[in-house]
Design a protein around this ligand. Structure first.
Ligand SMILES: Cc1cc2nc3c(=O)[nH]c(=O)nc-3n(C[C@H](O)[C@H](O)[C@H](O)COP(=O)(O)OP(=O)(O)OC[C@H]3O[C@@H](n4cnc5c(N)ncnc54)[C@H](O)[C@@H]3O)c2cc1C
Length: 433
């Protein structure tokens, strides 16, 4: 007789199609990968989601990135994010478990602690992935592989050309440790959402703007100059804030040595920031770090070459597309300065300390389709986009929308027996209620 434990594993984990193959494999279980896995399975594809850490949710869970910004017109994103508890302030403790349940309910298999180390190739076609599992290296095969790893691990190893960083000096947006703070008087909770907020009337403390206070601390050598602004977002309860302030410049999230430096440098910044909060904010004398993230937050690494591309001009002019996978995206062009503090000062005269506004634009399906390699799609923060366009479309709700588009397209390709590059995105009905 099957033990209760074995029955539990069979019902909650995965039915392992193994080398016999899946229709769709999704590498990475962040916002984009959850969207992709959910939609591929929902549309009838035998789907496997592979996540290298022990938790689904990507940056939202492992790097304590909150809020989850849904700046796109997508009923599917609202449904998935709502079910998981990602909308607005991320529920760091339960979002991953809810994502797991949602994926299973849709029919997807999920394997955690499954580090995808590269593709299985047949000529120019990706036919599966090699995975470093607890048991050793295994191969899983599928008709379509969706790269939702953020860093584009599969696409890079498959030979899809990519860019990293901004034009000119090749620098990427900084990495940051986000963390939560508790121990303050909930009645005196202090919030600051952005650079503009920090210098506004809303953020005056003892007659000084929050920006002035932070600048004075930097001038006195108590904070590193690249911190610039201390953003304080609401947590899920009134006695918690989420701090987005640490920043490490000049390092790449696609290199382990740089990630190592960023982890340590940004965690050291975190305690200095809490010290500033304690000394300046009323009711915060006993504030302390509540949670540190499992990993440093990475905003930007590889941007792959697709058959189409989201350009800077597209997001500034509000270009609409017939083959949209994400519609009416409206998050600002949020370029955390790759070479200094705050927004990207000094690189563009029209940026004067606040993020530049965009006009609601669409993300085309072609930005998820590699130019040369077959059997592969990418989604999330590694799609085909300029450095500036990615600064807007990388937010989590929009990353999830590209994942949902990739999942739907992969399921359609499998159903029709065609390659993903032949899918007509207009037939996907992504925006039906
Ligand atoms: C400091 C910071 C602040 C931010 N602020 C906001 C904000 O306010 N609002 C907002 O909406 N967005 C914000 N973002 C952006 C947002 O978090 C990311 O752009 C978004 O999470 C990208 O989603 P993704 O699924 O593409 O990638 P990720 O969230 O990076 O998820 C990728 C997943 O793939 C997994 N993975 C990686 N490699 C492998 C592998 N080899 N095998 C298997 N799995 C793998 C990872 O463990 C992870 O779970 C912020 C980001 C940072 C870093």
């Amino acid at each position: 007789m099957k033990s209760a434990f074995a029955a539990l594993i069979a019902s909650t984990c995965f039915a392992m199609a193994g080398t016999a193959g899946y229709d769709v494999i999704v590498a990475g279980g962040g916002p984009a990968g959850i969207g992709a896995g959910y939609m591929a399975a929902k549309r009838g594809a035998r789907t496997l989601v592979l996540e290298k850490s022990g938790r689904l949710g990507g940056m939202a869970v492992s790097a304590l990135v909150s809020p989850f910004s849904v700046c796109t017109d997508s009923p599917a994103v609202r449904h998935v994010a709502g079910r998981i508890g990602l909308a607005n302030s991320v529920d760091f403790h339960m979002a991953d478990v809810r994502a797991f349940d949602l994926l299973r309910e849709a029919g997807a298999d999920v394997m955690l602690h499954a580090d995808v180390i590269g593709p299985v190739m047949d000529g120019d076609r990706v036919t599966g992935v090699k995975v470093n599992c607890a048991e050793g290296v295994r191969e899983f095969h599928a008709k379509v592989v969706i790269d939702a790893t953020g860093n584009g691990i599969v696409a890079a190893a498959a030979g899809v050309p990519y860019e990293e960083g901004r034009a000119g000096d090749g620098l990427v947006q900084p990495m940051s440790i986000m963390f939560t703070v508790c121990g303050f008087d909930p009645g005196k909770r202090f919030l600051c959402f952005s650079e503009e907020d920090a210098r506004s009337k809303r953020c005056i403390v003892a007659g000084k703007t929050w920006e002035r206070i932070v600048c004075d601390e930097i001038a006195a050598g108590r904070l590193p100059p690249e911190v610039g602004v201390i953003r304080l977002y609401p947590g899920t309860t009134k006695d918690l804030v989420v701090v987005n302030a640490t920043q490490v410049n000049g390092l790449f999230g696609s290199r382990s040595a740089d990630l190592t430096k960023a982890e340590i440098a940004a965690r050291k910044q975190a305690s200095r920031i809490v010290d500033v909060m304690r000394r300046h904010l009323p009711g915060h004398e006993n504030a302390r770090i509540a949670d540190m993230p499992a990993v440093v937050g990475v905003r930007e690494t590889r941007r792959f070459e697709g058959v189409d591309r989201l350009t800077t001009e597209d997001v500034l002019s509000g270009r609409r597309r017939d083959d949209a996978v994400a519609r009416r995206c409206s998050f600002v062009m949020d370029i955390h300065n790759p070479s200094g503090a705050g927004q990207a000062h000094g690189r563009d005269k029209s940026v004067t300390g606040g993020a530049r506004k965009v006009k609601p634009y669409d993300i085309p399906y072609g930005a998820l389709v590699p130019r040369k390699i077959d059997g592969l799609l990418f989604c999330g923060r590694c799609i085909s986009a300029s450095h500036e366009a990615l600064a807007s479309c990388r937010v989590m709700g929009n990353a999830m929308a590209t994942g949902i588009g990739a999942g739907a397209a992969a399921a359609e390709a499998v159903k029709k027996g065609i390659d993903v590059r032949s899918v007509d995105a207009r037939s996907l009905h992504l925006f039906d209620k």
